[in-house]
Write a protein that binds this ligand. Sequence first.
Ligand SMILES: *[C@@H]1O[C@H](CO)[C@@H](O)[C@H](O)[C@H]1NC(C)=O
Ligand SMILES: *[C@@H]1O[C@H](CO)[C@@H](O)[C@H](O)[C@H]1NC(C)=O
Ligand SMILES: *[C@@H]1O[C@H](CO)[C@@H](O)[C@H](O)[C@H]1NC(C)=O
Ligand SMILES: *[C@@H]1O[C@H](CO)[C@@H](O)[C@H](O)[C@H]1NC(C)=O
Ligand SMILES: *[C@@H]1O[C@H](CO)[C@@H](O)[C@H](O)[C@H]1NC(C)=O
Ligand SMILES: *[C@@H]1O[C@H](CO)[C@@H](O)[C@H](O)[C@H]1NC(C)=O
Length: 766
Amino acid sequence: MVGRVSVLLLLVLTFVHKLSFGHCQLGPELVARLTPETTPDVQEAAVRQLMQRVIGLRASNLFQVEVNKLLETSSYQISRLDNGKVLIAGWDGVSVCKGFHYYLKYVLNQDLDWFKTRIELSEQLQLPNVTLTSKSASSIIYYQNVCTWSYSYVWWSFEEWRAHIDWMAMMGINLVIAPNQEAIWQAVYTELGLNANEIDAHFAGPAFQAWQRMGNIRGWAGPLPPAHRRLQQLLQQLIVRAQRELGMSVALPAFAGHVPTAMRRVFPNANYTPAERWNNFPDQYCCDLFVEPHDPLFQQLGAMFLRRVIQVYGSNHIYFSDPFNEMQPPLAEPGYMRSTAKAIYNSMREVDGNAVWLLQGWMFLKDIFWTDELIEAFLTAVPRGRILVLDLQSEQFPQYQRTHSYYGQPFVWCMLNNFGGTLGLFGSAQFIGSGIASARIMPNSSLVGVGITPEGIGQNYAIFALTLEQGWSASELQLGDWFDHFALTRYGVNDTRLAQAWQLLRGGVYSFHGLQRMRGKYALNRRPGLNLNPWTWYNGSSVTDAWQLLLASREMVPLTDDRYAIYEHDLVDITRQFLQQSFDQIYVNLRSAYRKEQLNRLEYLAGKLLELLDDMERILASGVHYLLGTWLEAAKKLAPSDKLRPLYEFNARNQLTSWGPNGQILDYATKQWSGLMCDYYQPRWAMFLDAVTRAMQTHRPFNATDFKQRVANEIELPFSNLTKMYPTKPMGNTWLISNDIYIKWSSYAKETQFLHNCRLPVKLLT
Ligand SMILES: *[C@@H]1O[C@H](CO)[C@@H](O)[C@H](O)[C@H]1NC(C)=O
Ligand SMILES: *[C@@H]1O[C@H](CO)[C@@H](O)[C@H](O)[C@H]1NC(C)=O
Ligand SMILES: *[C@@H]1O[C@H](CO)[C@@H](O)[C@H](O)[C@H]1NC(C)=O
Ligand SMILES: *[C@@H]1O[C@H](CO)[C@@H](O)[C@H](O)[C@H]1NC(C)=O
Ligand SMILES: *[C@@H]1O[C@H](CO)[C@@H](O)[C@H](O)[C@H]1NC(C)=O
Ligand SMILES: *[C@@H]1O[C@H](CO)[C@@H](O)[C@H](O)[C@H]1NC(C)=O
């Protein structure tokens, strides 16, 4: 708790801080500007409640917490009191939570993740005496991508958010976004004179809002029920409050220029540009209007919108606005870019004199339009420190070097890693520590933080946890040690086989270092054809070996508590990975059999592919987090009325498969889930294998045009409209199923016929 004297001291310290000027002050200044106004008492209470949720009331009483603004920014101290309790003091709630997580993971050897949100501590636990001080090497630790809200959180209730926010705080995350805004826009548009039909034609359905907000689509999978807009606003108010109570700052949406086409009716004289067509969406669902930032209407709308946003959600003085996400600005002139950025920033500053603009750097990466000259003009039009850039995919395509550290504007090193929430083990562990280190030490670095920006979560937890820990740590984490300890704390048991399994994954699936754009499109998940070109970046036997080690260590993991659940989760995941990579390999051989007109080989391999898909369905059905049913039921549950349930189910199904009215972004957000496997991927491959086999039997070429039409009309497009229900509870014993699959496919791998028919490897790209 902070008394009056310490507040005074703090002010003096802040003042002294500010006297020294230069790049290195960007981070602390930003944090000072953005810090939520929740008092230390409120933050302490929030942390205590978090601890109760995570380790239970009894165990949480073994800890004492203190938020102390006299400590260094983003730092914590752990010590043991004479009464036997462990005191965790921190600069804010987040820092205390980070210290708490440190104690759990590095002192008690127990960890959490996205699915495991509670830890059971032994009744007899004596807390070890640890004395430690730690300060974050990053002023900002950032999390979220605008797409995560649609790919991962879309159907969540507050209960799920609660646990996720707890996790964020424990990882030291102190900046997030809150993009929901449709209720506010509805009020603004109505006040300006748009009618209900015009507004409905604009909002996309619940599963597609991220892209409608950025102007990529409009109206698709709508209409968005008015009750949905209200309920999501209430939900986001709860989320934002919970985050601020823990000390996090929340970036809110500001106007980015995209408006309904009907605005032309109401304001015929304003200066608009139609947004570029995105991914071939038809007119009905694309090309809203972009209001030129110089137009007075932009300023008027921007201020009107932001005032209401602040009324509804409060403010931490940071707002995000991404006017040109995956679309080109109308003019490639530095003067235009400068005045555009200025106009957007001014629309924020007019409402909040302390405004900081949070910008996703994705546009600089995605589009060759953005020359260095244009980027410089755009960024330097805003006063230094008043725009914060997310370098969105730093692990593969960093932009901070070519932009000379964003021309002095502060930026965050972000790892994206995942597109569309697809499954598949993937990552570049070796670039995280070195990438962050080199961004920190480059000349005139304006790096102020580290973040993670996955489009979807729910896979590859290790790689995200590693990035967040590296963000806090000033020194480079030693990967070998880190993964050993990860295995230890994940299952809560010390077993060399478990550690070895994770080391194999580190050196295999987590060692990607190419420039290829991996988008999770493994052959199994893609529309079948004879021209797919699967490739891999790791030696598949590392996955098979890790799988064997995991299977062999079953008796080590206690069945009695939730540690076994995470073990089963990983066992499903690695079995899934094995089947997916085996599918790729059988496929390249099948393709070769077709080209060489080897009918027997083709029939043999077609049979193996179908068998593999059955095995995939079986293993996935045994994993609680691999069920289509869970996704669909959560969507339906969110529908404000029974009548609207089909619309929600349609949204949920379409996002995973056709992604658009006619497969515009087909299979982009594909998921290897039970239900999808048996009723979407497997029938699709069966139709294909049947057509290819028949073509060869009748000595005719495979008719790809005909197949595409049939698969789209009979399987892909109808899937969005179906209403079949799927289990929300897992079926079968994961270990037994996994072991069965292991034995079966290991024996295939030794059979002469299999070896002969399946001899081609998948292309290894390094
Ligand atoms: C804990 O350890 C520190 C440093 O070793 C020591 O100063 C302190 O007295 C110990 N506290 C208790 C309660 O044992
Ligand atoms: C760093 O900034 C200084 C002062 O603005 C400038 O003179 C120098 O060229 C910069 N160095 C690099 C490598 O950009
Ligand atoms: C794990 O076991 C190894 C060898 O059995 C031992 O050296 C190590 O200290 C143990 N680690 C922990 C955290 O118990
Ligand atoms: C993959 O690893 C296995 C086992 O370590 C080895 O026998 C095999 O040669 C490797 N394959 C390639 C393509 O490097
Ligand atoms: C392939 O199928 C399409 C659509 O059914 C058909 O129009 C076309 O004539 C077929 N091509 C051949 C070579 O059979
Ligand atoms: C799915 O249903 C919608 C109406 O809800 C309809 O417009 C569309 O044509 C249907 N699609 C298919 C493939 O049946």
